[in-house]
Write a protein that binds this ligand. Structure first.
Ligand code: SF4
Length: 91
């Protein structure tokens, strides 16, 4: 990446928000919809005790955990440093 471009991106606090598409807990289909393996809920219609939470690739939550493999697959190259995973940064 151009060195001066990188400086500006850092100066302005550029960020690519963390999202389900790059979370270790996500189980997504090619259409972007899928399930979260971290969260579940009690379904009111079905007999199962709980159901995995339906999610979309572009959503996120406080329990996001960065999936480095999924991040690499996005092809962000030098922009990868601007992805922020909130939970990963929580002490
Ligand atoms: S960001 Fe949250 S909702 Fe999305 S897959 Fe990760 S843990 Fe589940």
């Amino acid at each position: 990446m151009d060195a001066t471009k990188l400086v500006v991106l850092r100066e302005i606090g550029y960020q690519i928000p963390a999202h389900c598409g790059i979370c270790q807990h996500a189980d997504l289909s090619a259409d972007g919809w899928g399930y979260c393996n971290r969260h579940s809920y009690v379904h009111q219609k079905h007999s199962e005790a709980s159901s995995r939470l339906s999610i979309h690739r572009q959503g996120s939550c406080q329990q996001h955990v960065l999936d480095e493999g999924a991040l690499a697959a996005l092809g962000l190259h030098g922009f990868a440093e601007f992805v922020r995973s909130r939970l990963s940064e929580t002490p």
